[in-house]
Ligand binder design. Structure first.
Ligand SMILES: Cc1cc2nc3c(=O)[nH]c(=O)nc-3n(C[C@H](O)[C@H](O)[C@H](O)COP(=O)(O)O)c2cc1C
Ligand code: SF4
Length: 760
């Protein structure tokens, strides 16, 4: 008999995340989804709360975000990590939490690298490690903030397969589950002996945390990591031994911790109310996709609530709740396209349950419920608290984008809060690809140890011309002016923002619209300085530059659209995606639209055309996969909600156009991947999947009807004027930053602009 089952509340949420902007599923930031300050003063956000015996000064929790590559090779938190946290403590956060800290060395093979080197910090009684944690905890206390450490039994099936590829050690899990990255790779079943050892390690780590003056421990029980693999029937298929009881591992771990730290030390637990796999994929996919089949029997809401009650009896004082796991990664890592406050209904279910049953912790106080997920809009968080949707709000990426979020919200300076744009370029993707946390809109994030918060005034103020008012030009110009340089920012159009102006048009890009507003606010502020001038609708050429005799010229001219010479393009109605976004009237009465190019611009445009204009859309892409290089969560969200709506055609090359038609040649061999596959990530090129199906060479010609062709084939740097300026020696210093150097992403543009502004 099938064990497929869904929860109606979770189903409703999952169904809403594709078209929330049109179906009355209100974006909690209001339909316009802007950074507003209607509920100021934020008396609920900034009221203290008690957790066990600990008082936290406000309701803001900094979400755990993996401190990968922020530790010395043996695991001591390094200066980068300490300064990163202290910037958020100084910014006014009530409770900070570390990213996941493994306690399963020698058991979970995915948490170590070769030669026992570690990529995440560790905690142990060794003084070489403890000193780092003590500096960190003491530093937070000096700002009046609390600090919890997030302990993880490990990654299990969601750990990188490099342990096998590089060290010939298998990943492990509760049962013989498939590895997430390479599903053909089985994980070995952990023995009870190893699991008992992890529980002992948790107790020891908690005792060490207490000794390091850390204010509480936090268990990493969500998103399908090893703790959840043990405590969710989707992953725990054990028939023998004590851990065949799916609640046992978590409960024993909490009891062990409690026995080591005494009754007053706070224990927090992170849980998902549901994996939401059945609700995401439906019965057919859950029955037919090999890597999902095993996971149909996940905890229901009722089972999760029962488990939470048992965890409280064992000693838990505080929970935070979300939904989803790796196999539907856009849920636990909600990208740009997900609505603000996307999991408030989830925390409300838990809060109502606790209240209805009068549940208290062993300390005799109510167990607060923390909500998470796109809560960086002060009005949304304040309303959630006032409406009783949660007791605390957890902010992750909003605090990467702006560490001063709390101080600014408290002061009512909402228009000064730099909003997260949901891109996950600098945060998630950076460490997936081998780095540490950064942020696309805040170039100091992850570099607090080397970039001072307040830059030194310019020693020798210069006259600087900045050509181009996209993100790179604006960030450079504003910051250079603040340092005392005389800056002229010149933009050829009537709008600042460059590519993010069209990029902010789709409803699912409301975060980018907020960022655009913030950039404009920054310029408005800078215009109050006597040394800052803005010139709009102004084109610049070499003669102009020669006349101006600037000390430095900074080119930030963005990109030019690529337009490959495909036969027949001149005979059809075609438009560049960015032009169509800026001028939707150009689509006229076209019903069938073919988008050429399945990168992020092509896919977002297709999504917009389907969901906001009801068009019949196909996207043709040459590569095997759509949106290569884009964060798995962001790709997943778009791909999932385009299934059965927008036809995605991969491994295909447009060969010619004729009026009303697009001709293309497509690879039809068995190795062509399912373009809608969202349950398996794309591996970084340097890792590769040795078991991947090879792409054959069999191709076939096809024709698609098209009333309009949308070109989204990328762009090339618009650097002609820069090159000319170099050749004419137009100024003693000449720089080229942002897309006109390379990239196409806000991350690189911002980084280059900010760094140049600090050193020029
Ligand atoms: C870069 C990054 C790293 C993360 N690492 C962890 C982690 O170590 N442990 C964890 O439980 N969640 C982790 N998360 C999930 C966040 O804690 C949080 O749930 C998620 O970002 C949604 O909250 P937000 O919308 O406020 O960012 C991570 C998220 C990001 C962006
Ligand atoms: S990198 Fe992008 S998603 Fe991540 S915190 Fe910064 S703006 Fe937000």
């Amino acid at each position: 008999m099938s064990n497929f089952r869904t929860d109606p509340e979770i189903q409703k949420l999952c169904d809403s995340y594709g078209d929330w902007f049109q179906n009355g599923c209100e974006n909690k930031a209001g339909n316009a989804a802007r950074m507003t300050r209607d509920l100021y003063p934020y008396t609920s956000i900034f009221s203290p709360i008690r957790v066990n015996r600990l008082t936290i000064k406000n309701r803001v929790v900094m979400a755990p975000m993996g401190n990968l590559m922020m530790a010395e090779e043996h695991g001591r938190p390094n200066e980068k990590m300490i300064q990163y946290f202290l910037a958020r403590a100084k910014g006014g956060v009530g409770l900070l939490t570390s990213g996941l800290i493994p306690i399963s060395d020698g058991i979970d093979n995915t948490v170590q690298e070769t030669d026992h080197k570690v990529m995440m910090p560790r905690i142990s009684p060794a003084r070489t490690l403890m000193s780092g944690w003590r500096d960190l905890a003491q530093g937070c206390h000096a700002y009046g903030s609390r600090f919890f450490i997030q302990l993880t039994p490990g990654l299990g099936r969601v750990g990188p397969p490099t342990c096998l590829v590089q060290r010939h050690k298998f990943p492990v899990s509760a049962s013989f589950n498939p590895n997430f990255y390479i599903p053909e790779l089985p994980c070995l079943r952990l023995t009870d002996h190893s699991l008992n050892k992890i529980i002992k390690n948790a107790g020891q780590a908690a005792a060490d945390a207490k000794a390091c003056l850390i204010d509480g421990v936090y268990l990493h029980g969500h998103e399908g990591y090893l703790l959840e693999q043990m405590t969710n029937k989707a992953f725990n298929h054990r028939k023998l031994g004590k851990y065949a009881d799916w609640q046992r591992f978590g409960i024993d771990m909490v009891k062990e911790i409690r026995s080591r730290v005494g009754p007053n030390y706070p224990i927090m637990y992170r849980i998902d109310l549901s994996l939401a796999l059945n609700e995401t994929y439906g019965e057919t996919a859950m029955d037919s996709v090999n890597s999902l089949k095993k996971f149909k029997g996940g905890r229901s809401i009722a089972q999760t609530l029962e488990y939470m009650e048992n965890l409280i009896k064992a000693g838990v004082d505080l929970f935070d709740v979300d939904i989803g796991c790796y196999d539907n990664w856009w849920l636990p890592h909600p990208p740009a396209g997900m609505p603000a406050g996307c999991f408030l209904e989830v925390s409300k279910i838990v809060k109502d349950h606790f209240e209805k049953k009068g549940i208290k912790s062993n300390a005799g106080v109510p167990v607060p419920v923390v909500a998470v997920g796109k809560l960086g809009y002060p009005d949304v968080s304040e309303k959630a608290l006032r409406d009783g949707m949660c007791d605390m709000v957890m902010l992750g990426r909003p605090l990467l984008a702006d560490p001063e979020w709390c101080n600014k919200a408290f002061a009512g300076d909402v228009d000064k809060i730099c909003p997260c744009i949901g891109c996950q370029e600098g945060c998630v993707n950076e460490f997936v690809e081998g780095g540490h946390i950064q942020c696309a809109v805040n170039a100091r994030t992850g570099f607090e140890d080397v970039i001072p918060e307040t830059p030194a005034p310019a020693q020798k103020p210069k006259r600087i011309g900045v050509i181009g008012g996209g993100p790179a030009g604006v960030i450079f110009a504003v910051n250079a002016a603040r340092r005392g340089h005389t800056v002229e920012l010149i933009e050829r159009t009537d709008k600042l923002g460059g590519r993010i102006v069209p990029g902010s048009v789709p409803a699912i890009k409301f975060d980018i619209a907020n960022y655009l507003q913030w950039l404009n606010n920054q310029v408005k502020e800078a215009q109050k300085l006597p040394n800052f001038t803005l010139k709009m609708n102004t084109s610049v050429d070499s003669a102009y530059l020669a006349e101006q005799k600037y000390d430095s010229v900074v080119f930030a001219m963005g990109t030019k659209n690529a337009c490959p010479p495909i036969p027949g393009l001149d005979k059809v109605k075609s438009v560049q995606a960015v032009d169509l976004l800026a001028h939707p009237e150009l689509m006229g009465d076209a019903k069938k639209i073919v988008v050429c190019g399945g990168g992020v611009v092509g896919c977002e445009t297709a999504y917009w055309l389907h969901y906001e204009y009801g068009k019949d859309v196909k996207v043709i892409e040459m590569m095997k996969n759509f949106m290569e290089g884009v964060c798995t969560a962001n790709r997943g969200h778009l791909l999932h909600y385009m299934k059965d709506k927008v036809e995605l055609i991969n491994c295909a090359r447009v060969t010619s156009f004729e009026p009303g038609k697009v001709h293309y040649n497509r690879n039809v061999s068995k190795g062509v991947p399912n373009p809608y596959n969202t349950w398996q990530p794309l591996l970084p090129e340097n890792i590769g999947n040795p078991l991947e199906k090879k792409l054959g060479s069999e191709t076939q010609d096809f024709t698609a009807d098209a009333d309009l062709i949308v070109l989204a084939m990328g762009g090339r740097p618009d650097d002609a004027l820069y090159v000319e300026a170099l050749q004419h020696n137009a100024a003693p210093e000449i720089f080229n930053i942002g897309d006109s150097f390379a990239g196409g992403r806000v991350l690189e543009a911002n980084r280059a602009a900010f760094r140049l502004s600090q050193r020029i």
